[in-house]
Write a protein that binds this ligand. Structure first.
Ligand code: ATP
Ligand code: MG
Length: 332
């Protein structure tokens, strides 16, 4: 497969702040790669360098095989960018905004009109097309933003936090649109703080923390890195705990853990749902009463926690709080 995006050793300082510490990245053509990381980890800086808005201090990158530093104008012809903050003009209507973007893309007036109408239809914005976008909801603005970035039919699309601030329905709508674009062959690099979003959309995930890549792989590979599936058993009587652990040991693919206070036994297993059937049978034969038993797959939250020792901040809890990473929030 051909690589749509290749970056190697990208670094970037802002004054004393080392925003990027040597980022390597590859995105196969026609796939979605998710750049996942907490506030200030370097996601936007990476996207800005790859989309030619910013020059790296060192390292190199190509997009569509074109070098971003030496041929930025050629790169711009093949990419689309939806920035983290809306790029559309508040005082124009949705249609006017798209036509303006079309003209910026050197379409003729009539071509720009046709393209704008197509995109308004595709993004379900026809009814609102001739209203000023001041009155658009957050979800409508994000859709208009994405529509604007598609004016030039880009083969590589950069989406910087495409769904931050959207409600679950609008988020699902945005995911559907992105999946549609990928089905048509578009390559997408998207940044997100939502582990769930990376899980849903991205075929590969690159995890950033403090300007470095700390892990990458498919969602499953990352989860397996944390230790695969595990059985979580809660026994009814605490005196059964030790026997329960002994009973599960033959099934476990690694060390078992007992949490006495909550009468819980954790056993890593590799057999998936077969393992849990087997466990229930053995516990039953040993006359151990089960209060609760479940097979749990690690989530990307577990991955993040085990990789970084901290949870992905603000990942699922609404608006971002600037300045949480003491002194690293210079931009906001
Ligand atoms: N123009 C700038 N001037 C000074 N510092 C900057 C600038 N842009 C980014 N930074 C700093 O570089 C670091 C990385 O920022 P970046 O915006 O790439 O992070 P991010 O992962 O996109 O974060 P967020 O999730 O908040 O969008 C941060 O410490 C940020 O404060
Ligand atoms: Mg950002």
């Amino acid at each position: 497969m051909t690589k749509a995006i290749v970056a190697s050793g990208l670094t970037k300082h802002f004054g004393d702040v080392k925003a990027l510490n040597g980022i390597d990245l590859e995105v196969e053509q026609g796939t979605v790669v998710g750049l996942l990381g907490p506030n200030g980890s370097g996601k936007t800086t990476t996207v800005r360098i790859l989309s030619t808005l910013l020059k790296a201090d060192s390292g190199s990158a190509t997009v569509g095989g074109i070098d971003v530093a030496s041929h930025p104008d050629d790169v711009r012809k093949v990419i689309g960018l939806t920035g983290q903050y809306a790029a559309v003009d508040n005082y124009l209507t949705g249609r006017e905004n798209l036509e303006l973007f079309g003209r910026l893309f050197h379409l003729s007036k009539s071509e720009a009109k046709v393209r704008a109408a197509e995109l308004l239809e595709r993004f379900d914005l026809e009814d609102a097309a001739d209203r000023g976008i001041k009155g658009y909801s957050g979800g409508m603005r994000r859709r208009l933003d994405l529509a604007a970035s598609l004016i030039g039919n880009p083969s590589v699309l950069f989406l910087d936090e495409p769904t931050t601030g959207l409600d679950p329905r609008s988020r699902q709508g945005m995911w559907d649109v992105i999946e549609g674009l990928v089905a048509e062959g578009t390559t997408v690099l998207l940044t997100t703080q939502y582990l769930e979003e990376a899980d849903q959309l991205a075929s590969r995930i690159v995890v950033l923390d403090h300007g470095s890549v700390i892990a990458q792989g498919t969602s499953d590979e990352l989860k397996n890195q944390v230790g695969g599936d595990r059985i979580e058993l809660i026994v009814t009587h605490s005196e059964d705990l030790a026997r329960a652990e002994e009973t599960l040991k033959p099934l476990a693919s690694g060390a078992t853990v007992v949490e006495e206070a909550i009468r819980k036994v954790l056993a890593p297993v590799s057999g998936g749902s077969r393992a849990i059937v087997d466990a229930v049978r053995r516990l039953d034969e040993a006359n151990i009463d089960i209060a609760d038993i479940a097979l749990r797959r690690p989530t990307l939250d577990d991955v993040f926690l085990s990789l970084t020792g901290h949870v992905a901040e603000d990942a699922e809890v609404g608006p971002k709080k600037p300045g949480r990473r003491g002194g690293r929030g210079g931009k906001k």
